[in-house]
Design a binder for this molecule. Structure first.
Ligand code: NAD
Ligand code: MG
Length: 392
């Protein structure tokens, strides 16, 4: 039996992970479940999966959960805060850690799993964007194995030769082709984009996801973050990672080889496929995803992305090309801008404007250790808040 911690179990990826786990009770047992503030959600999950630990990042929520367990005579140890998350990410009884917290908040707990040499199922792309060099180094030193959950990176992983870590050139890979649906606003003009609402931004045509990543998909910052994620996961440079618009979201990404071959991974857009792949790798297990019906799909379309309407994608390429702390600044500014957009504070088209002004206002320096990166993250958040205040 494989012991598993799910960081961010009440979120979209967390719920899909538990759905797959529940199909394989002979293979996995849940050691710890974690959430930020969703007491009801975590309580219900704990009743079903009976983990040893339940962690709420928020201390008040942890108290409430403890009382709920007490009242229901459930014996599950409740922990709180980042320390609680770090603890359950590095327990000896845990072999696999699903890293599915949203945003830079996932960095420290996921790093704890890396240092402890766990098999990390990485959904939390922001951890790599903020601290790619540090994270990859700690994972290597700790003996951790990283399996990508992001559907594109999971697809790329499936299309890569087994020895890709030797270097893409050595193994004959010429390019990584990341597919992007283009989100709900793919065909809107810049003028039309100005008036879109949070609910429209969160209504993704193909995927059902948390609100932050849904807005990121609508601005295409999600694809930008994924370009950066791909550079770290596959040890390559941004000019070898190309974004291809593919509205059907059936091809999840591709790998081009020097001999002219292009390998693709296809499937219905359902995160349970990459989750099941990573959970069982190198074996295959059932995921609950319905088989792909190519006749129903009918056709596959491809377009080049428009960097002027989707400025976030350009900003992300710029940030990874600049290097150092620029991606961490980009990510922090984006998190603040997206949160403000979701609360009705700024317009959709102001998201890239805020990010760009933060990137211009804070110079990138060499990305050092964790403390320095967390300080840059905090500084960029502060700067972004100020930029937003000055607009209203
Ligand atoms: P979500 O908002 O649905 O869930 C986030 C989870 O993290 C929740 O359990 C929440 O309680 C927890 N959380 C939030 N803030 C926290 C904090 N400060 N401390 C501790 N826990 C906290 O998000 P999601 O859509 O499931 O996405 C999770 C991650 O997976 C993101 O990094 C996202 O980019 C990535 N991802 C998601 C999808 C998808 O289909 N949803 C696909 C690819 C990658
Ligand atoms: Mg993705």
């Amino acid at each position: 039996m494989i012991g598993l911690t799910v960081l961010g179990s009440t979120g979209s990826i967390g719920v899909s992970t538990l759905d797959v786990i529940a199909r394989h009770p002979d293979r996995f047992h849940v050691v710890a479940l974690t959430a930020n503030k969703d007491v009801d959600g975590l309580f219900e999950q704990c009743k079903q999966f009976q983990p040893q630990f339940a962690v709420m990042a928020d201390p008040d929520a942890a108290n409430q959960l403890e009382q709920r367990f007490h009242g229901a005579r459930i014996r599950i140890e409740v922990l709180s805060g980042v320390e609680g998350l770090e603890y359950v990410a590095s327990l000896d009884s845990v072999a696999y850690v699903m890293a599915a917290i949203v945003g830079a908040a996932g960095l420290v707990p996921t790093l704890s799993a890396a240092r402890a040499g766990k098999k990390i199922l990485l959904a939390n792309k922001e951890a790599l964007v903020v601290a790619g060099a540090l994270f990859m180094r700690e994972a290597a030193q700790g003996g951790a194995e990283i399996l990508p959950i992001d559907s594109e990176h999971n697809a790329v992983f499936q299309c890569m030769p087994a020895n890709f870590s030797q270097g893409l050139e050595q193994v004959g890979v010429s390019q990584i082709l990341l597919t992007a649906s283009g989100g709900p606003f793919r065909q809107l003009t810049l003028d039309q984009l100005k008036g879109v609402t949070p609910d429209q931004a969160c209504a993704h045509p193909n995927w059902d996801m948390g609100r932050k990543i849904s807005v990121d998909s609508a601005t295409m910052m999600n694809k930008g973050l994924e370009v950066i994620e791909a550079c770290w996961l596959f040890n390559t440079s941004p000019d070898q990672v190309k974004v291809v618009l593919h509205p059907q979201s059936v091809i999840h990404s591709m790998v081009a080889y020097t001999d002219g071959s292009v390998l693709a991974q296809l499937g219905n857009p359902d995160m349970r496929t990459p989750i099941a792949h990573a959970l069982a790798w190198p074996e295959r297990i059932s995921s609950g995803v319905k088989p792909l019906d190519l006749f129903e799909v009918g056709r596959l379309d491809f377009e080049a992305p428009d960097f002027s309407r989707f400025a976030c994608l350009r900003l992300a390429y710029d940030a990874i090309n600049t290097g150092g702390t620029a991606p961490a600044i980009l990510n922090a500014a984006n998190e603040v801008a997206v949160a403000s957009f979701l609360e009705g504070g700024i317009a959709f088209t102001e998201i890239p404007e805020v990010i760009e002004s933060v990137l211009n206002g804070i110079p990138s320096v060499e990305a050092g250790e964790l403390e320095g990166l967390l300080a840059v993250d905090a500084e960029a958040r502060c700067y972004a808040e100020q930029m937003i205040q000055s607009r209203v």
